[in-house]
Design a protein. Structure first.
Length: 162
């Protein structure tokens, strides 16, 4: 956990069921964790759309995730931005995966995953690998200005094979 103070909220336990959520994507379509059972899921919490570090990090995932993950792995970005902001962001960055709005109740899903920063009012950088049965298998945590690397995702995705 490079530079991340995780003491403020409890992080979900690796090996336990992942916290449930139901959010809308950038197109206003509902996405619930329970509906994603049967395939692995990677959740990528990021603070804000249209911010320097987030933009670069999500472009890296757009360009490189398929090279480190199987075709059945569902990648989902989550921030406190509205679905409208997320749609504009996804279009501007040509993102090929869904972005989910944790805008209301404000940051509730980020809180469930232990990555909401109350002082900043946004998610911290946290990624969670969830297996097809809904069990949390790995997490990647980093400071707000410290993007997660594809190598970190590669190592975390290896937990699906364990």
């Amino acid at each position: 956990m490079r530079g991340l103070d995780s003491g403020r909220l409890a992080l979900p336990t690796v090996g336990a069921p992942a916290p449930e959520f139901a959010l809308v994507n950038q197109h206003g379509e509902p996405v619930a964790l329970t509906d994603l059972r049967g395939g692995p899921v990677v959740l990528v919490f990021f603070p804000w759309a249209f911010s320097r570090v987030c933009d670069g990090e999500l472009r890296d995932l757009r360009d490189g995730f398929a090279t480190i993950a199987g075709p059945d792995v569902r990648l989902l970005g989550i921030s406190i931005d509205s679905k409208f902001s997320l749609r504009a962001f996804a279009e501007a960055e040509a993102l090929t995966f869904d972005l989910l709005s944790d805008a209301w109740p404000h940051g509730e899903t980020a809180r469930r995953y232990g990555v909401f920063d109350e002082e900043r009012g946004a998610a911290r950088r946290g990624s969670f690998v969830i297996d097809p049965d809904g069990v949390l298998r790995a997490r990647i945590l980093s400071a707000v200005n410290d993007p997660r690397s594809l190598d970190e995702y590669r190592r975390a995705l290896a937990s699906l094979d364990a």
